[in-house]
Design a protein. Structure first.
Length: 151
């Protein structure tokens, strides 16, 4: 239902690896100078990918923070700080990242994960695999430049 159109100015949504794979599968050989005008349902799916990616950032109370804390334990704090400070160079690609970083900082007030009750039980192999699957989903959904204006 999405249409192939000539590239023109306006607001452009960014591509994740998953979107590039889907574009290649649905529109193989998309010529230069052409782009896909997303159907409203496809655009809602793209928003879902963006929100999933943001939620899987390994910071604080985000789901990615919980997963990283479960898989990495105390090393999570370093990973959370690296992920949070990685938003600074990303903001040079797109100011969207600066906004996300400020919102995370305001809403959470920290990159640290709160303490949990049972720190002695090791994570099962199955749960560790689920954590790595979530990391793969984050990588597939990651959009370096979520929104941009094209001329």
């Amino acid at each position: 239902l999405s249409n192939v159109v000539d590239v023109s100015g306006g607001e452009v949504v960014g591509d994740s690896i998953l979107m590039k794979i889907l574009t290649f599968m649905i529109y193989p050989g998309l010529p230069d100078g052409k782009d896909i005008l997303l159907h409203p349902v496809a655009f809602a799916g793209w928003i879902g990918l963006l929100v999933t990616m943001l939620n899987l950032l390994p910071i604080g109370q985000l789901d990615g923070g919980h997963i990283a804390y479960a898989v990495l334990g105390k090393k999570h704090d370093l990973v959370a700080k690296i992920a949070f400070f990685a938003l600074i160079p990303l903001s040079f690609l797109s100011l969207n990242w600066l906004v996300w970083g400020i919102l995370i900082l305001i809403l959470m007030r920290t990159t640290k994960h709160p303490p949990i009750h049972d720190i002695l039980s090791p994570l099962s192999k199955e749960n560790r695999i689920i954590g790595y699957i979530c990391l793969s989903i984050f990588i597939l959904c990651f959009i370096p430049v979520p929104f941009q204006l094209s001329q």
